[in-house]
Structure formats: structure tokens, C-alpha cells
Design a protein around this ligand. Structure first.
Ligand code: ADP
Ligand code: MG
Length: 552
């Protein structure tokens, strides 16, 4: 097992690398951020391991990341003294696609090269090195191991793993050497490297040094102070943005920043962001959150359910002062302390969103646009906070045009005699608006919410009410419109209970037989002769359709 071995990349990796190399994506800068973020992750993993095995730190307890440039040899090196990788780790981590984001990227882009813009949006981790390098060497020594290994590839289909002499390897951790392509040699300029590292990764919780050229002295370019422990008033918006990008793997601006420190019975800091656009993994099957858990600045896991699923778009971290460091990740999950952090954090996020909705309607509307569908899952998953979530919910309606409408505004605009919040659910807004079922409502100037997300049918059938007003489908039961006056210019519906009408209804009922459960005169229509409605109790028409489509 000590010999050199050449292995083929997993098929998906080959495709990805091909895309990278032929990428038209202009922002190749991101490679540095990805390498630094891996180096920082490795340092944090080591810190975590060292809690139970302090000997791993040896005489080199301080985490560090060092970047060095060598223009003459067209090389950039990023080295860390973190956890390192074993031979198997290397084959697994660098030869296969480990990240769901990378896989999602490949699925979206397929084999073409036209859409590689998306690289920026996905952030494809380690492999982004091949945007600037035509050969990458990774020399690594796992903490506590007496072997070192060298992984090497030109990014064209295969890689090689061979034992590395210990004297040519880091004493612990990983060295990534990029052999730059000709058009990327300018990255070795010290000013450029420093600017890049500072702006993209200045707030990773590990200090970074730069060696400008071989023989030069290492210079500190980032001190590793965790941004979240600094007072809010001292932090510039750009610093938040940089941090957001590195913690969320996003490349845009955050839509909202949530930074606070909880004190009292529980002490923890939170730095979290609502992304400016939808992260690629928002609709992953497992609907997992992506909040990281730290304990006294030591990274513990990104797998603790720190927020309910309907807030999974929020990215960032919680740093607890109270959780024990030396418990397993599984135990942390069960901890009552965690449950209480989760509760406090959830309330805070919803509270901040509510404030934003109140004070900065436009910014909030954008958040709703991106994440409303996800937030609405909370309407049926989080009974306790349903009222709060209903207040945050925004809708389109028959009278809203392109604007978003909140329920408080809907209720304030209800007509005299109107007892319910009316909605119509379907797939397509234009089709809904053309529906005859709305005629009687339009004729009375009654606003009807148009619910076009599949998730709408779920929460709305759980029959919540808002401000004491029940939600009622316009396609269901009697419309109860007769108490509400028609607008002056509206056509009068003609549903009077005359003997002719009764005879006609009886005739239609017998003609349709079992196909319908009832035939009624209705003040729902003003133009059309007839429409289908669902019974008063039970699912509305759209919910029935969804259930049928799901084969239930
Ligand atoms: P991600 O960081 O999201 O896991 P990457 O593609 O950036 O994805 O890295 C893939 C994996 O390679 C990492 O999960 C890690 O296991 C391994 N790796 C990369 N760089 C290092 C490093 N400097 N030290 C230790 N392991 C690393
Ligand atoms: Mg990474």
C-alpha cells in the first residue's frame, strides 16, 4: 500500500474538471477563497479533535494558514497546520464529489460549457484550483500519523497518490501547491494576493500569513479574530459581506444580517444572514439547515438543527459559551441547552424579519420573493408560531397587482359584511384570475388571495385563521356573499329562489347523477352560467388535484 498509485477520478469529477478548465467564468479569484476556507476548516477540525486528544497539537498548538508565492516558478502554495489527510482521506475527498453543492452544480450545468457562469454561484470547492492551475499537488500529513502522502493531478481524468518523504511534507496538516497556468501567473503579485486573501477571507477564525517570494519573511495579513466576537458598532458592512460569503458559500450580498449576543441563563453569540439570492441547496430532499455550531470559538458541527427547517435559508453560526466542548456531536444534538438556543434563535430571526417587514418593506419583499415558499412550510410545521408566520406571509391577490400583500392589510380592506379571508389556490396566477368562480367576488370588490405555491394548499387546509377571520376557499361550499353589497356598476346575479330555478336545479341534478353531490344556485357568478365547487367541508379543489397528482 506504500507504492505510487494512479487512479481515475469519479466520472462526475472528470466532467467538472473539464468544465473548470474550459470555463468562461471570469471570476477565477474564488480559488483562493476555497483553499483558505478548506485550510481553516482543517484547523477547526483539529481543534475539535484535540479537545479529547490534546497530544495531537504537539508543540504547535496555534492554528495558522500560510500563503506563499513564487513568481519565477509560477507557483502559489496554501499551507495549514490543521487536521491533515490520510491516504484514504485524499482519495475520498479529492477524487470524488463529496459536496452536495458540487453535485448540484454538475446536474444543473450538464456537459456543456455555456453555463459555467454558475460556478460562481455554486462554489465548487477544492476543484476551483483547476481554474488557475494545470497541475495541483497536495502534500498532507494527518495529525498523529507518521506518514505523509502526496496527491497530484493535472485535472484531466486521473490523479496519482504516492508516499511523500516526511522531510518534504508539513509536520502536520496540508500543503496545496498550484502550478499556475500562464494566464494566471499574475496571481503571484503580492499586492494582488494580499488583497484577495483579505477581502475574501479576512475573517476566517485562523490567522493568515503571506510570504511574498521565496526567502521573504512571513507577513501577517489577517489576525484570525472571529468577526462575531467583535462589537457590532466596529464592524463595517464590507466585513459582514466578506464573512457572509465565506460562511454561506454565496457570492452575493446578504439581504439581512442578524448579529447578537444572548446573555443571561444562556450565553451565546449569533452571526447569521439571510442570503440575497436562493442558495442552490434550498430544496434538497433532506431540507437541512446550514447553521454552524461553535463552542467558545471551536467549530463543532454544521449538522446541529439550530433552526427549524422552514428557516433553512438562513446561513451563519452560533457560538455557545455554555455547551460542553468534550461531548460527541450526537450528544450535543440532544442537549437541552441546544433546544433553548434553537428557540431563542428562531424567535430572534422571526422577530428581525418582522421588523424588516415593518420598516423596510422593499427589502423584505425581496426576501419573501426568494424564501416565502420555504417560510410557508412553517405554517403547518410550527403550530406555535403560526400567527407570527402568518404576519410575515405575503401574497398576490386579485387587487394587488405586482405588489405583495400582507394579511393585516387584507383584513383592514375587508368589505362590510365580509367574514372570511377568501383565497383561490391553483398553479397559475393568470388562470386563477380568469376563473368564473371569482365573478361574484369581483362584482363586490372583494379581494381574493391567489395562492399559487403547492405548499399553500397544505397550510390553508389546516384551517388557520388570522385575526379571528377564517380562511375560505372560493371554490368551496357556499360563498356567503349575499350580505355584501355589489359594486354600483356590477351585473346583478340572478339566483333568486323561484320555482323555475328550483325545477331547473332538479333537472340538472338528475341529469348529472352521481357525478356531483349537489347542484345549487349561487351568488358567486355574475357572467358565467355554471362553475364547479368543492363541498363545504374537506379539501378544496386545488388540494384535491395535488393529492390526485401525488397518487393518493
Ligand atoms: P468542502 O470544503 O465543502 O468539503 P471541498 O471541495 O472544498 O469541499 O473540499 C473537499 C474535501 O477535501 C474537504 O471536505 C476535506 O475533507 C478535504 N480537504 C480539502 N482541503 C483540505 C485541507 N487543507 N486539509 C484537510 N482536508 C482538506
Ligand atoms: Mg471547501
Amino acid at each position: 500500500t506504500k507504492a505510487t498509485e494512479t487512479r481515475a477520478f469519479e466520472a462526475d469529477v472528470s466532467r467538472l474538471l473539464h468544465m473548470m478548465v474550459h470555463s468562461v467564468y471570469s471570476d477565477k479569484d474564488v480559488f483562493l477563497r476555497e483553499l483558505i476556507s478548506n485550510a481553516a476548516d482543517a484547523c477547526e477540525k483539529l481543534r475539535f479533535e484535540a479537545v479529547s486528544r490534546p497530544e495531537l497539537l504537539g508543540d504547535d498548538p496555534k492554528p495558522r494558514i500560510s500563503i506563499s508565492a513564487d513568481a519565477d516558478n509560477k507557483q502559489i502554495t496554501v499551507e495549514d497546520n490543521g487536521i491533515g489527510m490520510s491516504r484514504d482521506d485524499m482519495a475520498e475527498a479529492l477524487g470524488t464529489i463529496a459536496r452536495s453543492g458540487t453535485r448540484a452544480f454538475i446536474e444543473r450545468v450538464g456537459t456543456g460549457t455555456e453555463d459555467t457562469q454558475l460556478i460562481g454561484q455554486f462554489g465548487v470547492g477544492f476543484y476551483s484550483a483547476f481554474m488557475v492551475a494545470d497541475r495541483v499537488d497536495v502534500i498532507s500529513r494527518l495529525a498523529g500519523s507518521d506518514e505523509a502522502w502526496r496527491w497530484s493531478s493535472d485535472g484531466k481524468g486521473s490523479y496519482e497518490i504516492a508516499p511523500a518523504p516526511l522531510e518534504a511534507a508539513p509536520r502536520r496538516g496540508t500543503r496545496v501547491v498550484l502550478h499556475l497556468m500562464d494566464d494566471a501567473v499574475s496571481y503571484t503579485g503580492s499586492y494582488r494576493l494580499e488583497q484577495l486573501a483579505k477581502s475574501q477571507s479576512g475573517h476566517v477564525p485562523v490567522p493568515i500569513t503571506l510570504v511574498e517570494k521565496p526567502g521573504a519573511e512571513a507577513r501577517d495579513i489577517a489576525d484570525g479574530t472571529a468577526l462575531w466576537v467583535r462589537p457590532k458598532s466596529e464592524i463595517k458592512p464590507e466585513e459582514y459581506t466578506d464573512f457572509y460569503r465565506s460562511v454561506a458559500g454565496q457570492y452575493d450580498e446578504p439581504a439581512a444580517t442578524i448579529h447578537f449576543r444572548a446573555e443571561g441563563r444562556q450565553e451565546y453569540s449569533v452571526l447569521a444572514f439571510v442570503p440575497g439570492s436562493r442558495p442552490f441547496d434550498l430544496f434538497d430532499q433532506d431540507r437541512k439547515g446550514r447553521m454552524k455550531l461553535y463552542v467558545r470559538r471551536v467549530f463543532i458541527t454544521d449538522d446541529a438543527d439550530l433552526l427549524p427547517r422552514y428557516l433553512r435559508f438562513v446561513r451563519g453560526l452560533v457560538d455557545s459559551a455554555d455547551l460542553p466542548l468534550n461531548v460527541s456531536r450526537e450528544m450535543i444534538q440532544e442537549s437541552p441547552l441546544l433546544a433553548s438556543i434553537r428557540k431563542g434563535l428562531t424567535n430572534r430571526v422571526l422577530g428581525d424579519l418582522a421588523k424588516l417587514a415593518e420598516n423596510e418593506g422593499e427589502a423584505y419583499a425581496k426576501i419573501w420573493e426568494n424564501f416565502g415558499v420555504v417560510l410557508k412550510e412553517g405554517l403547518y410545521e410550527d403550530y406555535e408560531r403560526r400567527e407570527q408566520l402568518l404576519k410575515l406571509a405575503r401574497f398576490h391577490s386579485t387587487t394587488s397587482g405586482e405588489a405583495w400583500r400582507g394579511l393585516a392589510d387584507y383584513v383592514a380592506a375587508m368589505k362590510d359584511g365580509q367574514k372570511a379571508i377568501f383565497f383561490m389556490a391553483g398553479d397559475d396566477r393568470a388562470r386563477l384570475e380568469a376563473s368564473p368562480q371569482l365573478e361574484g367576488f369581483k362584482a363586490r370588490g372583494i379581494e381574493v388571495l391567489l395562492l399559487t405555491d403547492p405548499v399553500d394548499s397544505f397550510w390553508v387546509t389546516m384551517a388557520p385563521d388570522f385575526d379571528g377571520k377564517p380562511f375560505k376557499s372560493v371554490t368551496q361550499g357556499v360563498a356567503e356573499l349575499s350580505d355584501i353589497p355589489l359594486l354600483d356598476d356590477a351585473k346583478k346575479p340572478d339566483a333568486a329562489a323561484t320555482p323555475e330555478v328550483d325545477r331547473f336545479l332538479a333537472f340538472v341534478k338528475s341529469a348529472l347523477g352521481d357525478a356531483v353531490s349537489d347542484v345549487k344556485a349561487s351568488d358567486r357568478l355574475t357572467e358565467s352560467a355554471v362553475c364547479l365547487v368543492a363541498p363545504e367541508h374537506g379539501p378544496d379543489r386545488q388540494f384535491e388535484r395535488l393529492m390526485n397528482a401525488a397518487g393518493r
